[in-house]
Design a protein around this ligand. Structure first.
Ligand code: C5P
Length: 402
């Protein structure tokens, strides 16, 4: 996907040089929008940027058909990089102090991508300790700066504060975008592998309105599915009811009950090279689900529960080449129970966690896991994001594919 740059132009004489920056970036194939402050349009006409970038220019004049409040968020989201050139002492001061009172400062405040300032101003202004302190503060917060050049300035003074040559600015931005792109490329080390992941809770009906379920959010399984797809695997996610969106390039089958999950998983078992069962399957279900809403009678109500099939165990009995990974969510004797499950369910390894611990378990975004192998190897992991743990589990799985 081509990268998008938002150029923020503020009111300095060097604004005209930024036309050349935009032109060079356009020739390299980047798409762009320009935001110009009120002062900037005193120096250069918005039409010049519009023509060069072949895209609309946003100003603070409210003349356009688009609405101001939506536009700054849209551009902030769209921008892989916001380049502010020339950046005056004013915009630097505003951002450093959290002021968002015009289109550019508001967009910067809402930005998710990198923001690069190319300061250009009179050298006395640039060297002013307040400006320098603002720059230092913004750098500390992760904002980037292209150092100004020294030389004769427009005001006739000589010193630091000159906007660097357009080539230099373009080179900086391109390098930054390329670095980001490299970081985004994920090694396709699971390419061609078919991985079936189950996630979320099951729901066991009592009557049309009531059911038995548990607190599983599905986050762990979704994180594994998402990472496996990013790493090139073909991923089938058999999911109980969750509020989570299906990750990109993952195929999802939605199920409700343990028996529905059983059917879906068995149907695709031959296809799978590995099954990772993060789902919190209900061990029991009501013997009979009433067709009608059960009325209250004032008497005790006895609900007879019958065991659900153990899906993982049944896969263990059926497995040929598949790597089987189980989860053990316990509140006590975690390791012992986990080791027992490996044997009983014929698993290759198990991810055990104590759901009673803070930072582990169902609803949390983090987990604290211990991975136990069939041969008894036990590796305890620190608390980490479920997404990161997803990759740790997939790294382990990869070893079984060899
Ligand atoms: O025996 P226990 O429920 O603690 O085992 C947990 C592991 O077994 C999980 O991987 C879970 O997805 C799976 N399981 C299953 N079918 C069940 C119960 C648990 O597949 N009925």
């Amino acid at each position: 996907m081509s990268k998008h740059i938002v150029i923020g132009v503020t009111g300095g004489i060097a604004a005209y040089k930024v036309l050349d920056v935009a032109s060079k970036l356009r020739k390299l194939g980047y798409s762009m929008n320009t935001i110009m402050t009120k002062n900037a349009i005193e120096f250069v006409q918005p039409l010049a940027f519009q023509t060069i970038t072949n895209n609309y220019v946003v100003t603070d004049t409210f003349e356009r058909p688009y609405t101001w409040d939506v536009e700054h968020i849209a551009l902030a989201k769209k921008a892989d990089v916001i380049l502010i050139a020339p950046a005056t002492a004013n915009i630097i001061g505003k951002v450093a102090n959290g002021i968002a009172d015009d289109m550019l400062s508001t967009t910067v405040m809402a930005a998710r991508g990198k923001v690069v300032f190319a300061p250009a101003m009179n050298s006395a202004m640039y060297e002013n300790p307040i400006v320098q302190e603002n720059i230092a503060y913004l750098k500390e917060k992760g904002y980037l700066f292209i150092e100004p050049d020294s030389g004769w300035l427009a005001c006739g003074d000589k010193g630091s504060g000159k906007l660097p040559a357009p080539e230099k600015i373009v080179e900086y931005v391109v390098e930054l975008l390329e670095k980001e792109e490299e970081a985004e490329v994920v090694e396709q080390d699971l390419a061609g592998k078919n991985i079936l992941v189950t996630a979320g809770p099951t729901i066991e009906a009592i009557d049309p309105f009531r059911y038995i379920t548990n607190h599983s959010s599905g986050k762990m399984g979704y994180a594994i599915a998402e990472n496996a797809a990013k790493r090139g695997a073909n991923v089938l996610l058999v999911s109980g009811q969750t509020v989570l969106d299906c990750p990109e390039r993952v195929e999802r089958i939605n199920v409700r009950s343990a028996r529905e999950m059983y059917d879906a998983v068995h149907e695709h078992f031959d296809w799978a090279d590995a099954v990772i069962k993060t789902a919190a399957v209900s061990d029991y279900r009501p013997k009979e689900a009433s067709d009608h809403k059960i009325k209250k009678s004032g008497e005790n109500l006895i609900l007879e529960l019958v065991p659900n099939p153990d899906i993982l165990k049944s896969l263990g009995e059926r497995k040929t080449h598949q790597v089987l990974v189980g989860f053990a969510a316990e509140t006590q004797n975690v390791i012992e129970y986990a080791e027992d499950k490996i044997r009983k369910k014929n698993l290759d390894f198990i991810v055990a966690n104590n759901i009673a611990k803070e930072g582990a378990g169902f609803k949390s975004d983090t987990n604290i896991a211990t991975i136990i192998d069939r041969d008894g190897t036990i590796i305890e992991h620190e608390q980490m994001q479920k997404s990161e743990l997803g990759n740790v589990i997939l790294d382990k799985l990869k070893m079984y594919f060899k």
